[in-house]
Design a protein around this ligand. Sequence first.
Ligand code: PEP
Ligand code: MG
Length: 565
Amino acid sequence: MVVFPPADLDLIPQRACHDIDKEVEFFNLALEAVRKDMSELSSTLETRLRPEERELFAVYLRMLDDDALGKEVIERIRQGQWAQGSLAEVAKDHVRAFETMKDPYLRERAADIKDLCSRVLFHLQNRNVTKTEYPNDTILVGEELTAAMLAEVPKEKLLGLVSVKGSGNSHVAILARTMGIPTTMGVVDLPYRQLDGRELIVDGYNGQVYSNPSDQLRNRYREVIKEEEQLVRGLEGLIDLPCETLDSHRMNLWVNTGLMSDVVRSLDHGAEGIGLFRTEVPFLLSERFPSEQEQTAIYREQLAAFSPKPVTMRTLDIGGDKALPYFPIEEENPFLGWRGIRVTLDHPEIFISQVRAMIRASEGLDNLQIMLPMVSNTQEVTGSIQIIKRAYRELREEGLEVRMPPIGVMIEVPAAVYQTRTLSRLVDFISVGSNDLTQYLLAVDRNNPRVASLYSSFHPSVLQALRYVVEQAHLENKPVSICGEMAGDPGGAVLLMAMGYDVLSMNATTLLKVKAVIRSLTFSAAKQLLEQVMTMDDAQMVRSCIDMALYNAGVDRLLRSSRNN
Ligand code: PEP
Ligand code: MG
């Protein structure tokens, strides 16, 4: 199913219509509604408009009166295309025709046509408000999939995701990975608008999408699915076993969550704590800022399910590629802009109600930890601690029996790397966000498919930074965890363990694979591997060296279905 954001003519998919007369009727009603809007608008603005602006409304009304445009759309509907698709095609043809005209005045009319057609589209879409029926085995396809689009599909029906924009490090991809849904991102050349209703194979391991697959290809992928299922079943025996190396080095494996369903899966996979609860996920799926009371209920669920195991809640991390529909942030350079802690410190009312909800939710459970995202200086930390302490004091005064939670800082920005020791003195724990740290160290937008091949957490500079952070935090006797995607990559996990990370926090779906790999190696072999890769000067060499080491240790078979096709 091809999905698209509302009122955008450029993103309407082609779709067959079943009831042609009804579709024509929808279209005529939408046209009528725009005609009414236009004449109302022009009469209310009459006294405030300049004559040439008033003329524009007259032109619009004439375009609608003259049935040329409408007639063309109806002809296409009669050929079996739904009204929105027909309108989008007609608009495209006319806009293109006007844009190529020599006369500048006529060229500008292209924008008028686009605007007019967008208005008709708006009414068409508002008329079609009946809830979308998602078929069984839905693969969601879109120009730029969002968390909200994903959330709209009933979970049992959603099989795969394909997004033209974004990369494997985008937040929607991370969310999909958490839910264990095969996903392909950044398929820039895909004629996705023609894929509605087609049979697809989504190979998330190799970033491939096949439409109308042959029987042979279908059978091959059925085998891959079977093999993957066997692999997962084979790992289930590890759920209750400790995560320790052959020479008894114990590693803590925690999980990253966003939704309650992640919590259930995490517990099923034997997770020992939550290293990152992305609190923005429930915010992204809401229609407005959730109240303190609503937040308390959401947080309590996570804390109660994991109690007495620790739950690390990150304060709201919006901005970058995570925009709340009800709190739009328009910026030229969003990843270097108003993100994470910067937003919440500028909006203390959002910050305080969130931490009050967190602390209130922890009453009687006492397993809450609070973590601050996107920190780039010490003032952000001291300012945040003040707010958290204030929330705590208020709640105590209100009579709640709560404890002050441990507070941690995320190291996601190069500036924070070099201040790890200073930051460690201010807080109780450190957690590395390797997704953003990789993006900012390498100057590679994590969301841009064009530069995705340059994005690697195995780049020697990233490895140096990761090792430096552990060493510095340990000098202050503060525990260090890592909650970026690298922790869930079996090879990455081995290196991070060797560096001395105390906790690896990952998606529940990768937890048992990582555990299996760690249990098959010795800590001293992992340290040797680390020493070897730290002398290398290229990310690809590092990756091959790790793959080879896992192969030689015979653990690559645990990852087989991801490598074999
Ligand atoms: C990170 O940046 O590594 C991280 C864990 O945070 P997010 O992916 O949500 O930005
Ligand atoms: Mg981050």
